[in-house]
Design a protein around this ligand. Structure first.
Ligand code: SF4
Length: 116
């Protein structure tokens, strides 16, 4: 299935934590100390909300979403709800975390890559 223009995406900022230090960051860049993150119940609520509406895709962002301890469960829940999963990432997290994800696409933050 191909995404059409009429499809909508829900973007969920699941954590403020990040392991990069991009100077252009709109967040508090390089914020590894932040403990602010959504829990699984909060994310499930919004996935269910999206699945009931005219939304075909959920995008997980941060901060760096791969630092969230429940990202894999969030991806599975989204997939099981019949929605596409997109991850915005800077690509610095260990590869094993990416290969176990059920995702439609991973968007690599090129700006973050060239910052290091
Ligand atoms: S990877 Fe993203 S969230 Fe992290 S510091 Fe860079 S722009 Fe900010």
């Amino acid at each position: 299935m191909v995404l059409n223009q009429e499809d909508f995406e829900l973007k969920i900022e699941i954590t403020e934590r990040c392991n990069a230090t991009c100077t252009f960051c709109h967040q508090d860049f390089g914020n590894m100390k932040s403990l602010k993150q959504l829990d699984m119940g909060q994310v499930k609520f919004w996935i269910d909300w999206a699945a009931r509406g005219n939304i075909s895709s959920v995008r997980f962002t941060g901060g760096e979403p791969t630092l969230h301890p429940h990202l894999l469960d969030m991806c599975k829940k989204t997939h099981d709800a019949g929605l596409y999963v997109t991850i915005n990432t800077n690509g610095y997290t260990k590869f094993v975390r990416y290969e176990r994800m059920i995702v439609y696409r991973i968007v690599l933050d090129y700006g973050a890559v060239v910052q290091l």
